[in-house]
Design a protein around this ligand. Structure first.
Ligand code: AVJ
Length: 325
C-alpha cells in the first residue's frame, strides 16, 4: 500500500493569493509583464500538455531521451531516497526517473510540488498507485515561495530535487540566483539537484518551438488574459492582441509577448487596477531562457552547488545537470 498526502499551500481561489500582487507589480508599471506561473490554470495546464506533444516542441522529447538513457546513472551517482519535483505538472517524464530509483530499491518518498491543484492531485494519485510502498507527499504550492515547506530529511538520508523541463528558464537571471540561493538554503549538504535546461541552438528551431502552425502555443500565451478575466474579473479582449514570439539573441532567450492591435482600456477589479495600452504596446507573458554549459555551471556554483555531471541528448538540444550541495 502506498500513502498519499496532499498539502495545500496556495488557495484554489487565486484571487486571494499572490496573483493580485503579481498583477499589480507586473501591470502597474512599464514594461508590462505577467509572471508565467499564472499561465497554468486548468486550461493552461491542458494547453501546455498539448504543447509538449507538438512536433516542433523538442524539449520534452529531448529531456525524456536523456532520462531514458541516463536515469540509472543519475540514481547510481546520487544516494537519495526522496525525490522532490518542483513544478511537477503531470510528472510524466519523472516516471522514468522514479522507475530507476525503484529498480535500485531506493524509492521511499516522492514530493511533487505544483500550483495547479487538480493536475497535481491526479498525478499524485496515479503515482501512489504505480509504486507500491511509496510515500507520496504532494504540495500544492509555488516553488518560488514555499520551499520552506518541503519535507525534511530523515536522519542519514538525502533528497534529490528535480526541476525539469527547462522551467528555470522562465525566471530572469536575478530571479534564478534568488531561487537557487533559496533552494541551497532549504536543502542540506549532501542533497542533490537535477536541473533541466534548454540549450542555445539555431534560431529557426527555437522560433519554431514557440510558434506552431496550429496556434497551440499562441492559445497558451493568450490564456494568460483569460486567467485575469476569470480570476480577477478583468475585461481583457484576448482577440484584440497579436501573439509576438521572438528570439532575443543578446539575452539568449525566447520572449513571448501579446501586442495590442489597437488602444485598449482594461479594468482589473480584483487587483484594483485600470490599464491603458497604446496601439502596439506589448505585455511580456513569458521568457524562456536558453543556456550554455558554462553558464549553467556558473549559476549553480554561485548558489553553492557543485556540478557533478551534465547529461545531454544525442543531438545536444537539452541539458540535465546533476549537482550536489
Ligand atoms: C514549461 C517553461 C519549460 O519555456 O519552453 C512552452 C513553457 N511556453 N511553450 C518553455 C512554454 C511556451 C516551457 N516551460
Amino acid at each position: 500500500m502506498s500513502a498519499l498526502k496532499v498539502s495545500v499551500l496556495v488557495d484554489s481561489d487565486w484571487a486571494s493569493g499572490s496573483l493580485v500582487d503579481d498583477v499589480r507589480r507586473g501591470l502597474g508599471t512599464h514594461p508590462l509583464r505577467l509572471p508565467p506561473k499564472w499561465l497554468y490554470d486548468d486550461e493552461g495546464s491542458r494547453l501546455f500538455d498539448e504543447i509538449t506533444r507538438l512536433p516542433g516542441y523538442y524539449p520534452t522529447e529531448a529531456e525524456r531521451r536523456i532520462l531514458l538513457d541516463h536515469a540509472a546513472d543519475i540514481v547510481a551517482a546520487s544516494d537519495a531516497t526522496t525525490v522532490v519535483e518542483l513544478g511537477s505538472g503531470t510528472s510524466d517524464k519523472t516516471r522514468t526517473l522514479l522507475d530507476a530509483f525503484a529498480s535500485a530499491g531506493r524509492l521511499q518518498r516522492f514530493v511533487p510540488v505544483d500550483v495547479s491543484e487538480q493536475t497535481l492531485r491526479d498525478a499524485a494519485a496515479m503515482l501512489a498507485d504505480r509504486y507500491p510502498g511509496l510515500a507520496v507527499e504532494a504540495v500544492v504550492g509555488d516553488f518560488t515561495l514555499h520551499l520552506g515547506h518541503l519535507p525534511l530529511n530523515q536522519p542519514g538520508q538525502t533528497r534529490l530535487v528535480a526541476f525539469l523541463g527547462g522551467t528555470i528558464g522562465n525566471l530572469y537571471v536575478e530571479e534564478r540566483a534568488a531561487f537557487l540561493g533559496a533552494l541551497a538554503d532549504t536543502l542540506e549538504p549532501g542533497d542533490w539537484l537535477l536541473l533541466g535546461t534548454d540549450l542555445v541552438k539555431p534560431v529557426d528551431r527555437l522560433v519554431a518551438a514557440y510558434h506552431d502552425p496550429g496556434g497551440v502555443t499562441e492559445a497558451f500565451v493568450r490564456n494568460s488574459l483569460a486567467v485575469l478575466n476569470r480570476q480577477l474579473g478583468a475585461d481583457f479582449d484576448p482577440g484584440a492582441y497579436s501573439y509576438v514570439p521572438f528570439w532575443d539573441g543578446h539575452l539568449e532567450r525566447m520572449d513571448l509577448r501579446l501586442r495590442a492591435d489597437s488602444p485598449q482600456h482594461v479594468t482589473i477589479p480584483g487587483a484594483d487596477l485600470t490599464l491603458d495600452l497604446a496601439a502596439g504596446e506589448e505585455i511580456q507573458v513569458e521568457i524562456s531562457t536558453k543556456f550554455r554549459p558554462t553558464g549553467i555551471r556558473a549559476e549553480l556554483d554561485a548558489a553553492g552547488f557543485e556540478t557533478v555531471e551534465l547529461f545531454t541528448d544525442p543531438a545536444g538540444d537539452f541539458g540535465l545537470t546533476l549537482a550536489r550541495l
